[in-house]
Design a protein around this ligand. Structure first.
Ligand code: G1P
Ligand code: ZN
Length: 544
């Protein structure tokens, strides 16, 4: 007989959700009571979910399925009325957002560590999304953390394993579990936003695409949408079968980790368009023939051409970018006369602006773009946006971007990451810069002078909340700047991110190699932050 159990437990240290939920090694999550404590802490921090609907799914990584079974038994024991769970435990992050909104669910739990490697020795993660479909607000994640520090018991059913392999309805205690097709609702939403017949015609005309799902969650979405519904030939989607260890890869769509796709796109028989998404399907990388579209530029191109897309036929209400993202979109917003917001890193800050109708398009330099159709960044959506654009304009990707630069100027931009550096050293490096704000101000470095420096603070224009210490900005004027930030999503040590940007209006000077164009700033960044001496690193781990 299935019983509702109250299991005695005691707190674990450090169950503090970061910008993208709680992320730890799989082995940490496998400890008895660890996942349960966190899930109960979520439930204890939510008011009034009795009888309501919860959406549950993950990116398919190792430990996804056992974690889902535990969550289902806990949701039932805690009094949820219904859970919608993706078949085989799969749901991309943007699909969860879309499903929460479509079915007016109370919220959702996503099992993912995004692009972090998976497998028994890899990472695992869990995040809660609220009824608007977006990441939990800071107030809620704080409450969850506080709860996790004092938790003494959790509720769970004694038994009940749901067959996740087939769509269908099940009963679990008093709760209903509906195993749903993970793709159907999302695909239907995409068909409403984009001009599918026009994209179908594009493929009929011989246009070629390579989409790399990186053995992660977007495989089934891409097969269905790109190949089945849009008629791209079979084989368009590569690495389209989700694997528990992502095939041993690192499903982060950038020039380093999507190496195979990059090789194809820079090869002699390159398709017209290349794209990739990450572990949980919220990131995107856009490539043309031998051409990489910097995510910040992609956002600006999308904003400038939004009217090509049925969903934005009547224009955009406003746009937003995270502070480290380059300011290309600002120029577009200025030209079309719409507001442009600069927010801290992390999608949750866009949520308030989207909910308030202040913006309809937003993005981050970290391969994230999205709109008001959900409350998460959305990888495949961005690919479809570009496909729609290409179907309308019938020009190569590179030509579209170069024309954009010629009109608005080019924001040369690069991010240098120093991964897994000593956390104490990283904190000291950041503090060291802050301590020197006074002397840095007005200091001359070669041809450049520091015009201002600060630690970015953000006042949310919708609810007035203030967020401090969101990255150090060293501003040299005319759009030239360096930003230093510590990552909030890593699981080992600290990751230092250095963002460099220089603006070039002159089309004759827009064809330089990015690292060459930014060479002076790269040297200054090391001088300002003492990166080499304080971290012991002579070069970044990843350059994008
Ligand atoms: C990184 C990105 C950030 C993104 C987040 C979640 O966070 O830089 O833009 O919102 O992943 O995908 P970080 O590790 O820099 O804190
Ligand atoms: Zn992700």
């Amino acid at each position: 007989m299935t019983q509702r159990l109250t299991v005695t437990t005691r707190p674990f240290e450090g169950q503090k959700p970061g910008t993208s939920g709680l992320r730890k090694k799989v082995t940490v999550f496998q400890q008895p009571h660890y996942l349960e404590n966190f899930v109960q802490s979520i439930f204890d921090s939510l008011p009034g979910y009795e009888g309501k609907t919860l959406v549950v799914g993950g990116d398919g990584r190792f430990h996804n399925k056992p974690a889902i079974q535990t969550i289902l038994r806990m949701a039932a024991a805690n009094g949820f009325g219904r859970v919608l769970v993706g078949q085989n435990g799969l749901l991309s992050t943007p699909a969860v957002s879309a499903i929460i909104r479509k079915y007016l669910a109370f919220g959702g739990i996503i099992l993912s560590a995004s692009h972090n490697p998976a497998g028994p020795d890899g990472d695992f993660g869990i995040k809660y999304n609220a009824e608007n479909g977006g990441p939990a607000a800071e107030k809620l994640t704080d409450a969850i953390y506080e709860r996790s520090k004092v938790i003494t018991a959790y509720q769970i059913l004694s038994q009940g394993e749901i067959d996740l392999s087939m769509a269908g309805k099940h009963q679990l205690g008093a709760m209903q579990v509906e195993v749903i097709d993970p793709v159907a609702d999302y695909a239907e939403l995409m068909e409403r936003l984009f001009d599918f017949p026009r994209i179908r015609d594009l493929f009929k005309s011989g246009f070629t695409l390579r989409f790399d799902a990186m053995h992660a969650v977007t495989g089934p979405y891409a097969h269905e949408i790109l190949e089945n519904r849009l008629g791209a030939p079979k084989g368009t989607v590569m690495h389209g079968t989700p694997l528990e260890d992502f095939g041993g890869g690192h499903p982060d769509p950038n020039l380093v980790y999507a190496e195979e796709l990059v090789k194809i796109m820079y090869g002699s028989n390159a398709p017209d368009f290349g794209a990739a998404s990450d572990g949980d399907g919220d990131r995107n990388m856009i490539l043309g023939k031998s051409f990489f579209v910097t995510p910040s530029d992609s956002l600006a191109v999308m904003a400038a051409n939004a009217r090509n897309i049925p969903a934005f036929q009547s224009g955009l209400t406003g746009v937003a970018r995270s502070m480290p993202t380059n300011a290309a979109v600002d120029k577009v917003a200025e030209k079309i006369g719409i507001p442009c917001y600069e927010t801290p890193t992390g999608w949750k800050f866009f949520g308030n602006l989207l909910d308030a109708g202040r913006i309809s398009l937003c993005g981050e330099e970290s391969f994230g773009t999205g709109s008001d159709h959900v409350r998460e960044k959305d990888g495949l959506w961005a690919v479809l946006f570009w496909l729609n654009l290409l179907a309308v304009q019938k020009k190569p990707v590179a030509d579209i971007v170069r024309a954009h630069w010629a009109e608005y100027g080019r924001n040369y931009y690069s991010r240098h990451d120093y991964e897994e550096v000593d956390a104490t050293a990283a904190a000291a490096l950041m503090q060291g810069i802050r301590d020197r704000f006074g002397t840095l101000n007005g200091q001359q470095f070669g041809t450049l002078m520091v015009k201002a420096c600060d630690d970015f603070s953000y006042t949310d224009p919708v609810d007035g909340s203030v967020t401090h210490s969101q990255g150090i900005r060293i501003l040299f004027g005319q759009g030239t700047r360096i930003v230093f930030r510590l990552s909030g999503t890593g699981t080992v040590g600290a990751t230092l991110r250095v963002y460099m940007e220089a603006f070039e209006q002159d089309p004759a000077r827009q064809a330089q190699d990015t690292q060459v164009a930014l060479a002076e700033l790269i040297v200054i960044a090391d001088k300002v932050a003492q990166i080499r001496s304080l971290t012991g690193r002579s070069a970044p781990t990843v350059i994008t």
